[in-house]
Design a protein around this ligand. Structure first.
Ligand SMILES: C[S@@+](CC[C@H](N)C(=O)[O-])C[C@H]1O[C@@H](n2cnc3c(N)ncnc32)[C@H](O)[C@@H]1O
Length: 561
């Protein structure tokens, strides 16, 4: 099957399913022996699912089957009709490939609008909301009919998934190829809820390698089953290397390994862990020696300058502007951890800062005094502000509401910082409180109730352990590139032990990070201290689960998602 040109991909969401995947989903979908058997393919493209169906159904001559396939592109629908020529000759099979926009076709008072299906197969179009024109209004009307408020940012595939599930008969299956966004994006939560509310058994199959060549779209397979006789629900996530590893045993193994439960408010991404692992984590983390991070400390975003390039400057720029560090006429030059500064240890010392400053990194924040008369600033600074205005910084959203536009807001420093995004693991950073940070670092402040119990240094030490790292993966999210990001709210929900480390223990940890010691070795060291009250096997479960979730996230980045 030829991959379609880029225009078609963007406007019609037309990336076509590789045959091993359609074969796998068709074979699994036809396990049901119900008669007659109604099948729907809502956006059939050039008909790969129809080809797989043809191959399977010609072997089952007595299968009383009705197939409806829809495709809005005339040429593709024509190709799809060729795929079903053989099937059409079988008396017990009726088949209709409609050239039409799906949501319009399924509307109205016609019989087909009320039709229910025993098997739904397909790969709905991936079309960004801004390009989703044909059919969007009707899709929204359908969501209204189903009483669902859909996020305006939703991609076209979201509407297809919701609509097709609503058309499933009482004992039926759905097998779809969908973007892995289902596990990630905020707007996907609505679809997750719809799936868990309407289906009984749900298996998501991810791939370690990209399965759509030439397109950096990471996909998963959704295998869903609706059953009358089911007590409780099952949700499982598994990963296979590539489409050659798809095997019908995967479903049976999933059904055997997962106990039916309640699926309300379940975190989908966590289902990569087994039931046993999830219950072990629950038990271990309920130990009263762990505290909610939000009880111990508060987390606030760093300084939002509104134009880092302008306000965060290096040594050379200071010289050009004839400024010295500290107090100047009309502004203070403050010490700053600016963009691009790498902090290797868990402590950012004044000596590290001085090194970065001499290497001409972004180590200075220009903090203008808003009440100082602009005309009395040095000539260099007046020119610099005029340059900022020429570059239209004063018109930026963040800056235009400030008075004057070049004044800073919330210039406060804390002794603990934390990077908003990280690749492998998060860490807190101890720093002198006269060193400020922009919004790449969160500001962490011990809460009044804990000031007596723990020092900033000890909190930084406690953060490095398998349980807190596991919670970072469980609570955080990974956007493009597989980078882990935690919001202040998510950080507050982390669990952390409270051990009062000694200065020597802290220095050793800092040294280990600075020397690029492997994270496994570092965790062996800290777990042995801060998680001393857990058994070895408990510590092992935590570490394994952390690795599983982290590796899964990192794999996503390798695949370019
Ligand atoms: C991702 S492709 C999948 C095609 C085929 N199901 C497959 O798996 O290879 C999506 C197809 O949906 C079609 N499409 C996009 N929007 C549609 C709509 N509103 N109604 C019907 N078809 C649509 C596109 O033309 C494209 O052929």
């Amino acid at each position: 099957m030829q991959q379609q040109d880029i225009g078609a991909v963007k406007n019609r969401g037309a990336y076509y399913t590789p045959k091993p995947i359609s074969d796998f989903l068709v074979k699994w979908g036809l396990e049901n022996e119900k008669q007659p058997f109604d099948i729907l393919e809502p956006s059939c493209g050039d008909g790969i699912f129809l080809r797989s169906l043809t191959e399977s159904l010609t072997l089952k001559m007595n299968y009383n089957t009705r197939i409806l396939a829809v495709e809005m592109d005339r040429n593709e629908a024509k190709k799809a009709r060729i795929e079903v020529k053989t099937l059409k000759k079988i008396p017990k099979i009726t088949i209709n490939v409609a050239t039409s926009e799906y949501f319009g076709y399924m509307r109205g008072r016609s019989k087909r609008a009320k039709r229910q299906f025993d098997l739904i197969l397909g790969n709905p179009p991936y079309i960004k909301q801004s390009k989703f024109r044909k059919g969007r209004k009707k899709a929204l009307l359908r969501m209204n009919e189903l009483n669902l408020q859909i996020n305006q940012q939703s991609n076209a595939w979201v509407y297809f998934v919701i609509d097709t599930i609503s058309r499933m008969s009482s004992n039926s299956r759905i097998g779809l190829v969908i973007p892995s966004d289902i596990l990630q994006l905020d707007y996907a939560k609505k679809v997750q809820n719809w799936i868990t509310t309407n289906l009984n058994n749900i298996l998501i199959i991810g791939f370690d390698e990209l399965v759509f060549p030439n397109i950096q779209q990471d996909v998963v397979l959704l295998l869903g089953e609706k059953r009358d006789d089911s007590k409780g629900k099952r949700l499982g996530l598994i990963s296979v290397k590539d489409s050659s590893k798809l095997d019908n045993d995967l479903w049976d193994k999933f059904i055997k390994s997962k106990q039916p439960t309640e699926l309300e408010n379940v975190d989908w991404d966590l289902q990569y862990l087994s039931d046993n692992e999830l219950s072990a984590i629950k038990k271990i983390s309920s130990n009263s020696r762990f505290h909610a991070f939000g009880d111990i400390a508060d987390v606030k975003i760093g300084i939002v300058t509104g134009a880092n390039k302008f306000f965060c400057v290096n040594k050379e720029r200071l010289t050009d502007l004839n400024l010295r560090r500290g107090f100047n006429k009309g502004l203070v030059v403050r010490k700053l951890i600016g963009k691009g500064i790498k902090i290797r240890g868990v402590e950012y010392r004044t000596s590290d800062h001085e090194k970065n400053h001499s290497k001409n990194q972004s180590t200075n924040l220009l903090d203008f005094n808003p009440t100082f008369d602009r005309t009395k600033l040095s000539e260099e600074l007046q020119k610099y502000l005029a340059l900022g205005e020429k570059l239209l910084y004063h018109k930026r959203n963040q800056l235009k509401r400030r008075n004057p536009w070049y004044s800073s807001e919330h210039v406060l420093a804390t002794q603990i910082g934390m990077y908003k995004r990280s690749n492998d693991y998060c860490k807190l950073i101890l720093k002198p409180d006269e060193i400020y940070s922009t919004d790449t670092l969160y500001r962490v402040l011990l809460s009044d109730d804990y000031i007596e119990n723990i020092t900033p240094k000890q909190l930084v030490f406690n953060f490095v352990n398998s349980l807190t790292y596991l919670f970072c993966e469980m609570k955080g999210r990974s956007y493009g590139g597989g980078v882990l990001e935690l919001t202040p709210k998510e950080i507050r929900s982390l669990k952390i032990p409270l051990y009062r480390c000694t200065d020597e223990e802290f220095s050793k940890l800092d040294e280990m990070f600075r020397k690029d010691t492997s994270i496994d070795e570092i965790l062996n060291y800290t777990d042995g201290i801060v998680l001393k009250f857990l058994t070895d096997s408990e510590k092992k479960v935590l570490r394994n689960c952390w690795c599983k979730l982290k590796d899964r996230r990192n794999n996503r980045s390798k695949r370019g998602n």
